[in-house]
Write a protein that binds this ligand. Sequence first.
Ligand code: F6P
Length: 582
Amino acid sequence: MNHRYEPPTNQGETVSTPVSIPVNPEPATETREWKKLTEYVAEIRGTNLRELFANQPGRSGDMTFNVGPLHVDLSKNLIDDRGLRLLGDLGRAMGLEDYRAAMFDGQHINTTEDRAVLHTALRIPVEREFSVDGQDIAADVHEVLGRMRDFAKALRSGSWQGVTGHTIKHVVNIGIGGSDLGPSMASQALRPYLTAGITPHFISNIDPADIEGTLDGLDPESTLFVISSKTFTTSETLANAHAARRWLLRSLADAGVDVEGEDAVKDITAKHFVAVSTNEEKVAEFGIDTANMFGFWDWVGGRYSVDSAIGLSFMAAIGPQDFMNFLEGFHEVDDHFRSEPIEMNVPVIMGLLGVWYADFLGAQSHAVLPYSEDLEQFPDYLQQLMMESNGKSVRLDGSAVTMPTGEIYWGKPGTNGQHAFFQLMHQGTHLIPADFIGFVNPHTDNVASDGETSMHDMLMSNFFAQTRVLAFGKTAEELREEGVSEELVAHKVMPGNRPSTTIMADKLTPKTLGALIALYEHIAFVEGVIWGINSYDQWGVELGKKQANDLLPSVSGSEHADTGDSSTDDLISFYRQHRADS
Ligand code: F6P
């Protein structure tokens, strides 16, 4: 039975009626809708995509939707109208619409941290009003955006200068996880928009090879560091930030700059370091003037923060106007997700399909295959977004989940992936639903000397061919008709019936990228609601961080390893014995 509560009245103008969300909904597996889907699985197993297309002549049109700048064809998924209706019913039964409203309204749906989940507020257009509990969230967001814009303009115009009067040419973001993956991925994706001569760089790993490799060859006088950390306590980020300051002082000294004394260090830090954080105290402790700090809020999860001040380095590189276009893409998808009915709502359908494949058809992973080299980091970005969000095995009330949760996301740009792992996708024994992402127009094309053959057309021919082959394959009869010798027929049969979603857009623009990210953010939300888990905490990463701190004295040799487990103790001893400086 659902216990319901009335949430506090929301002050936001965009909110009309407060919604009530199920506090402790029954597991999805206990619902009538789940049982019906369990029965329906047999129907789908008894058919295939060839038949589904043959039985529904308008299938592609029926199952293709536009969401913001994205054109999404869902027709090559292993589902029919009835299945989609049943999945929609499951969503309704799990309170999806109420949860969605609760998220947009700023209710504390992140229950274990007692926080609102309001990344959608980061892209609220300036003319809209939005307050929660008397706090003018829209004004807060636009105040920070305004400061980010001023800062980005100062860098790009050259009015912000380093300590020796050089303009800034290199902006190095130091952060990890959500404080790195978003701006790094987006800067690469929007490479053609880096027009002001500012090159963004990213340092995340505690492995010294990362900072060494990134700073190697950079001119210290024209380099600015953005220390990005929501908490400003993350050890990797703080260690890299301190290492960056050591490098800067050393390199400036080599260039003849006076780096001695507190005032000199303060002046250098002020001109070459800014911070993005929610933790003013820790930023000041590091020595960054809080006037050079760009804030955000506890209601922005790290993996949902690329469109907050965490995107500062990226904004500096692409410029404020394109950053605003990026936010517009998010917002268009937010509006669609918030208002479209379940059956017409692309993130809802895609999230429900994720549950369908994971829980009813036994899929263990989900491939994302951008046919765009510029989107190379997009699968990595989605790994954190989807797996840190939904890699949970307890429900909101702490009881164990009753079905597999959390899709394993992975992927690589086409066509490279075709020459690596596509064999397994085509003929292996795993069912791997895949999202293909492609663009109609490239930023630059390369046409062969015949004057006709475009490399982008070649790329896209592969894009269309792969989803077609995955879906429809090739039968033994077709192979025999082609004259394939009998002993090879079994080896060459392409089973087909392997599901994919095709996402296309005109061009990889800032707006398109924003829309793509928002699409997956909302997919994660939908899956989390069905699974009954909290998609917005990440307790599973804490113990490893703590133990790394606890082990450091024995790893660095100042203490003897005594963890109580012989494997770890022996491994640390082996490490110490062979460590060159031991
Ligand atoms: O890996 C855990 C995590 O907490 C992520 O959720 C977060 O994006 C990352 O660490 C970095 O955290 P912070 O921005 O506080 O440094």
